[in-house]
Structures are given as structure tokens and as C-alpha cells.
Design a protein around this ligand. Structure first.
Ligand SMILES: Cc1ncc(COP(=O)(O)O)c(C=O)c1O
Length: 449
């Protein structure tokens, strides 16, 4: 069977234009090992985005496959509604152990979008349980990404994802400025949240949701004190605070949860992706114990939400094996001890390439923002930016054997998020391939097209 042709005939791709999907060079991925993926023609690529920020322990782990197989044979499925089982109880306990503060109770789903939906509904459910029926609005930030299902999409702050669905989106979300360009002394981005709560009326606001390091707009690391200020503001007005850690958890920032890096205990943390290192789909929201107690002790009595595969035995068994391996192999320490090498390589790319405006990021999560010339202070022209964003950079990356994400959310950027097992050799290979892409992009901008 020609898998390319069969896919073009029958598969509806995610976020991919028809012209790109139907092109002759559509890549058919075939197998993967460690930090590298090989296509059906034998070309090997460095998985510089960890799939989609999720293959945290890398590819080809027979231990995770064996756990899945063992659980499938023992009991492939039984729902988590009114029943429990060993893998879900172990996975929740292990997540509670590494979650900050009193975040101890885990509600499992199968993706990041569902995790965000669950957090939104949990916040509403909690306020209703307390008799605070007026609270339903949610504050998120411009260019943030919180998923694609209808409620999560409304909270997402990326205009292009929302625009065609506007009539279907609910009226609760309010978007405020993100931390881009903000400083620790100003904290204007935190003030924007407080101003919004006051403008809307605190008694109508249920939740503030934000990523520890925001992916949209390119790896926005918050200024010092930002998360402490969000905690203070939410406490002052009785608003719940959710860290959306679908990317930032399970080692991406060198900690099991990114909130730990910023020294904050949110009320809820959403996670997905790296919780199983993508060996199976799993997501969830971990909540502070007193919040759940409020619900259980109220007349409402339950979190009124659920899905068939939430807490799936095989997915949670893989999560248990994945988290155990992260402990045993000291993955957090590995990321923290290599992040300086990671950053230094990107800083030297900025120095070497006049088309890079700056590098942002931390842990194993970085973005390079491009411009026409840093020395001459020239931005990219609109047609060049569009062409780079809509295929030119991607084909340069593929040519260099580097799978990363050319990003267009608010600027032209290259985003890097390799598997957390990447060592010095892989990191050096990633920087060398990025160097090749930037050299090629500079030549393209200079007219070699
Ligand atoms: C912060 C954040 N929230 C939610 C999501 C949605 O996750 P999923 O694609 O698994 O639905 C993503 C996906 O990248 C994300 O980065």
C-alpha cells in the first residue's frame, strides 16, 4: 500500500492546508528511536519538538510498551465512574506526590483540551457549590493556547484559531495582555488581570488561567514575581487560579510541574502530553484538596463531569511507568544540568545570525524570534514573514533534518522543545541543524530563493 496516497485519499489532517497535505513530498513517518524519527524513505530527523511537546522520555522505550501490554492483558478497560482500579490510583498518588502544595486530587481525561474543559467546569462547579452562582467568567491571555474544543477554544487567545468559530464560542472568556515585554518592576501584565477582574466585577469571575511559560508568542518566561502577584490577586477576589501545564509539566522546565519553578501553588494544574511521554493519550487536572472537599460537602455533592476514557487503565499504567522512569533516571536533574548548554547554544546562534531578534525560554523549551536585520533594526516585510511562516521555514527545517515548529503566533519564530533525554551530543546536533536553517533563511531573505 502507498501510505502517502492512502492518507491523501482518506485521512483528514489536523491544522494542515489541503495543498500541503496533497503535495508529493508529504512525509510518511515510519519508526523512531531516542530523539530521532525516520521516514519511509530512510531520512532521519531530530525530533526537536518532542513530537508536539510530548515525547518527553524519547522514542522506542520497551519498558513503557511492556507496561501497556501487561495492563491490556490484565484488564484493558473499566470506567472510572463509581469504580476504581490499581493503575488509576497509583498514577493519581504519584502525581499528587510531585504536585506543589496541597494539589492532591486528580481528574483524568484523554487530552489537553479536555483537561482545560475540566478545569473550567470544575471552577464553575466549585463556585456553585459555595453558593457563588454569579461566577462564570474566565480570564486568559492574548496569544495563549488552551486547546481546540469549543469552551477551551474560547479561552484560547490566538485569533486565527477562533475567528471562524466566533458565533459558537461562549461569552465568559476575557483576554488580557501577556507577559511579553513586561518587567519585574512594572508587572503590568499582572495588573491587567486585576484591572479586568475589577472592571467585570469580582463576583462574576470564576477563574484565571495561564501557562507558566506561554507557548503562543514564543516561549514567554514571566518576569520575577508575576506568579506571586497572580496568586495574591486571585486570593484577594476569590477567583481560582489554574496553571495550564499541558506543555510545562513532566520535566519540560526541569520540574515535574512548571509552577514549582516559579514558586507558586495554583488552585488547579492542567496537564497532558508528557504525563505518558505520549506513549498513550492521557490528560488531567490536579486540584487542591479543600476545593474538592467544598464540592463533596455541598448540596451539589459531585464534580458533574466525565468521559468514557477518563482514567483509562492502560493510559494510567503507562503514566505510572513513565513517572517512575523519570524518577529513576533523574530526568529533572538531567534537564536542569543541561539547560545552560541549551541556552548557550541558542545565544551563540543569536550572535551569529543577524536575522534573529532574540531567544526566549528556559528548561528544554525555547523560541528564536526572527527579523530581517537586527543590526539595521529592520522587521520582516509582511510578504516575507508570511512566506517564511507558511512553508518556507518548514521546508528548510525538513531539509536540515530538524523537526521543529516554525510559529506565526504574533511573530515569525522557531520553537524548540526536544525530548528531555537529549544529551550534549543531541543538543549540539540540534543547534548545528538550527544554524543550517538560519543560514539558509538569511540567504533566502537576501534573494536566493
Ligand atoms: C497549554 C496548552 N493547553 C492545552 C492544549 C491542548 O492540548 P491537546 O492538543 O492535547 O488537546 C495545549 C496543546 O498544545 C497546550 O499547549
Amino acid at each position: 500500500m502507498d501510505f502517502r496516497k492512502a492518507s491523501q485519499a482518506h485521512v483528514v489532517p489536523h491544522f494542515t492546508k489541503g495543498a500541503a497535505w496533497n503535495a508529493d513530498d508529504l512525509i510518511v513517518m515510519d519508526h523512531a528511536e531516542g530523539c530521532y524519527v525516520t521516514d519511509s524513505e530512510g531520512k532521519r530527523y531530530l525530533d526537536g519538538l518532542a513530537g508536539l511537546f510530548c515525547t518527553n522520555l524519547g522514542h522506542g522505550r520497551s519498558d513503557l510498551a511492556a507496561e501497556a501490554s501487561k495492563q491490556m492483558e490484565r484488564m484493558a478497560f473499566y470506567p472510572n465512574w463509581g469504580f476504581t482500579h490499581e493503575p488509576v490510583s497509583k498514577a493519581a498518588s504519584m502525581i499528587a506526590d510531585v504536585a506543589p502544595g496541597d494539589l492532591e486530587d486528580v481528574f483524568f481525561v484523554s487530552s489537553g483540551s479536555e483537561a482545560v474543559e475540566s478545569a473550567l467546569k470544575f471552577a464553575r462547579n466549585y463556585h456553585v457549590a459555595r453558593g457563588d452562582e454569579g461566577r462564570y467568567k474566565v480570564i486568559s491571555r492574548e496569544w495563549s493556547y488552551h486547546g481546540t474544543t469549543i469552551a477551551a477554544l474560547a479561552v484560547t487567545g490566538v485569533p486565527k484559531f477562533r475567528k471562524h468559530f466566533m458565533p459558537m464560542l461562549w461569552d465568559g472568556p476575557r483576554h488580557v495582555r501577556n507577559t511579553h515585554g513586561d518587567t519585574a518592576d512594572a508587572l503590568a501584565s499582572a495588573k491587567a488581570i486585576e484591572d479586568m477582574i475589577l472592571a467585570e466585577g469580582p463576583e462574576t469571575v470564576a477563574l484565571v488561567i495561564a501557562e507558566p511559560v506561554q507557548n503562543g508568542r514564543g516561549c514567554l518566561v514571566p518576569p520575577d514575581g508575576y506568579w506571586q502577584e497572580l496568586r495574591r490577586i486571585c486570593d484577594k477576589y476569590g477567583v481560582l487560579l489554574c496553571a495550564d501545564e499541558v506543555i510545562c509539566s513532566f520535566g519540560r522546565l526541569g520540574h515535574f510541574f512548571g509552577s514549582e519553578r516559579f514558586g507558586v501553588v495554583p488552585d488547579m494544574i492542567t496537564f497532558a502530553k508528557g504525563v505518558t511521554s505520549a506513549y498513550l493519550p492521557l490528560g488531567g487536572v490536579v486540584v487542591r484538596r479543600p476545593l474538592l472537599e467544598h464540592i463533596w460537602e455541598s448540596e451539589v455533592g459531585l464534580f458533574n463531569h466525565g468521559s468514557t476514557f477518563g482514567g483509562h487503565p492502560v493510559a494510567t499504567a503507562v503514566a505510572v511507568a513513565n513517572i517512575q522512569a523519570m524518577h529513576d533516571e533523574q530526568i529533572m536533574q538531567h534537564v536542569r544540568s543541561h539547560e545552560d548548554t541549551m541556552r548557550a547554544g541558542f545565544e551563540s546562534l543569536v550572535e551569529r545570525h543577524d536575522i534573529v531578534r532574540e531567544v526566549r525560554g528556559t528548561g528544554y523549551f525555547y523560541a528564536l524570534e526572527l527579523m530581517a536585520s537586527r543590526e539595521r533594526g529592520l522587521d520582516l516585510s509582511e510578504p516575507d514573514a508570511l512566506a517564511l511562516q507558511q512553508g518556507v521555514l518548514l521546508s528548510m527545517c525538513k531539509e536540515a533534518g530538524l523537526l521543529i515548529r516554525p510559529d506565526d503566533r504574533g511573530a515569525t519564530m522557531l520553537v524548540f522543545s526536544p525530548p528531555l533525554i537529549a544529551d550534549e551530543a543531541v543538543i549540539a546536533d540540534m543547534h548545528a541543524k538550527a544554524d543550517q536553517v538560519l543560514t539558509r533563511a538569511a540567504a533566502w531573505l537576501a534573494g536566493d530563493r
